[in-house]
Design a protein around this ligand. Structure first.
Ligand SMILES: [Fe+2]
Ligand SMILES: [Fe+2]
Length: 267
């Protein structure tokens, strides 16, 4: 089920808690930046396309949207993308050259409907300046987050996500252990390459986020996190390259799960 909440005077969150068997829930967030040229950040999961469109209409008239900032082309971000482009002829998709390429393999984006940005470049949407950046972790090479000059929020795409037992509206409502363990697990699962990067080099990238001093971190996969949590979120990521790697359930575990489902035994 997709619900909404407002995390800043002009920023709405559309969120659902997606179950990952045995590991908990990962929040899947999209955002609406209200204003003269409203921006939708991502378009929900493919499996929730219709519901996403219905819920989106409760926070904005789709005809008023001017931009979709597509953080990347994974299935949990592109659900309603083409339906929205079809519905609103004035809507453009902010993405990268690689993003256009990735979409061309499945559901091509018309080139006159895209606006290409690279890290460091800016989009001015009404009175709002969005500065593109590459988040410190990512699972797709076309990933582009941004810093919103108006709110000061960092939109970090998959970076800073967490796997959680329950998904509150604010990351402050998680215990320190829930946030740290959930964030570390997500980072190892979503960015397994972290274990082969130099920890000092990675730490200097995290310093770049620190220097931005975001007012909030708005991840695609974490409840909204205020600036009070930034140092903790950075410290958790900094420890991942030297921490344990993720290994998913193997075939033996799958067969146990299937046997439990067949007998109706609690799993
Ligand atoms: Fe992703
Ligand atoms: Fe994602």
């Amino acid at each position: 089920m997709i619900t909404t909440y407002r995390t800043a005077p002009d920023i709405d969150v559309l969120t659902s808690a997606f179950p990952i068997p045995g590991l908990g829930f990962v929040p899947i967030n999209a955002f609406v930046l209200q204003g003269d040229e409203p921006v939708l950040v991502d378009t929900g999961p493919v499996v929730q396309r219709e519901e996403f469109l219905d819920v989106l209409r409760t926070v904005i008239d789709v005809a008023d949207l001017r931009w979709i900032w597509l953080t990347h082309t994974d299935a949990d971000h592109i659900g309603a993308l083409h339906a929205l482009l079809d519905e609103n002829a004035d809507l453009k998709v902010v993405t990268t050259f690689l993003g256009v390429g990735a979409m061309s393999l499945a559901d091509p984006l018309p080139l006159d409907r895209v606006y290409l940005v690279n890290p460091g470049q800016q989009l001015v949407a009404g009175g709002r300046t969005l500065t593109a950046l590459r988040p410190p972790t990512f699972d797709n090479p076309c990933t582009t987050g941004f810093h919103d000059g108006r709110s000061g929020a960092l939109f970090s795409a998959d970076s800073f996500g967490a796997l959680l037992a329950d998904v509150p509206q604010s990351a402050e409502d998680l215990t320190e252990a829930e946030l740290q363990e959930g964030q570390a697990l997500w980072a190892t699962l979503d960015s397994p390459w972290l274990h082969s990067v130099d920890a000092d080099t990675f730490a200097s990238q995290l310093d770049g986020i620190r220097r931005l001093d975001p007012s909030m971190i708005l991840s695609s996969h974490l409840p909204a996190a205020s600036a009070d949590l930034t140092e903790r979120l950075l410290a958790t990521l900094a420890a991942v390259p030297t921490g344990p790697a993720f290994a998913g359930p193997d075939q033996a575990a799958l067969e146990l799960l299937l046997a439990d489902m067949t007998t109706g035994a609690p799993g």
